[in-house]
Design a protein around this ligand. Structure first.
Ligand code: DX5
Ligand code: ZN
Length: 216
């Protein structure tokens, strides 16, 4: 079944608890952590994640777009994030990092920027619970979906199948009613959607409609 993870980056940050509850029924709530170094934007960190954990029963899918994830990612797992994603471009010791995240009881996930290939990391996949293929350059919501990422999604799906792995394949960036079917057809099964959910009149209905499209 397709999972839809609304991204609170497109929500009203002054009303985060309400905005989180507006999408109850979604599988996960996607939380974009940015440090103004790995990406040219600054969002939120551990204290806000801890508050969100108290505000909603929906598990948190924390996407860390930060330098030095080796230091910070295990902390997000420790406070209670259900899934923690680090960027491979920023990680110094990704095997150790994935193991530390899992040891704290969270799902370990690795993200690839649009120009980062998946093949060099084939041997790392068994250490992970999810692979995130960015379908825009990370940093901002509301950008246009990059079709050039579709062949990589297909190649990643083939690697997962070849190794018989139980690994979720997530896409993030520009996912909408118009693009979600392409992602699903290429092999993605977890879909992050920011503006397509929080820009809609009824965010909960947008989640349902995206899921129906992904399941085609
Ligand atoms: C971008 C973030 C995304 C963002 C997606 O760097 O990682 O999660 O919120 O927003 P949309 O769905 O509007 O492209
Ligand atoms: Zn994200």
């Amino acid at each position: 079944m397709a999972q839809i993870n609304p991204s609170i980056l497109s929500a009203d940050f002054a009303r985060l608890a309400e905005e989180a509850r507006a999408v109850e029924g979604a599988d996960w709530l996607h939380v974009d952590v940015m440090d103004n170094h790995f990406v040219p934007n600054l969002t939120l960190g551990l204290p806000v994640v801890e508050s969100l954990l108290r505000a909603t029963d929906t598990p948190l899918d924390c996407h860390l777009m930060i330098e030095d994830p080796d230091r910070w990612a295990p902390r997000y797992a420790e406070v209670g994030a259900g899934s923690v994603t680090f960027h491979i471009e920023a990680a110094a010791a990704p095997v150790r990092l994935a193991r530390e995240i899992r040891a704290q009881g969270a799902r370990a996930s690795m993200a690839l920027r649009p120009a980062t290939p998946v093949e060099p990391y084939e041997d790392l996949l068994p250490e992970l619970d999810m692979l995130l293929i960015m379908t825009v350059e990370p940093g901002f919501g509301g950008q246009a979906f990059l079709d050039l990422t579709l062949p990589k999604i297909r190649r990643a799906r083939r690697l997962i199948e070849r190794h018989g792995l139980d690994l979720w394949l997530q896409v993030d960036g520009g996912v909408s009613e118009e693009t979600i079917e392409r992602c699903a057809e290429a092999g993605a099964d977890v879909f992050v959607a920011g503006s397509a959910v929080y820009g809609a009149q009824d965010p909960a209905a947008a989640v349902k409609s995206l899921r129906a499209r992904a399941e085609g």
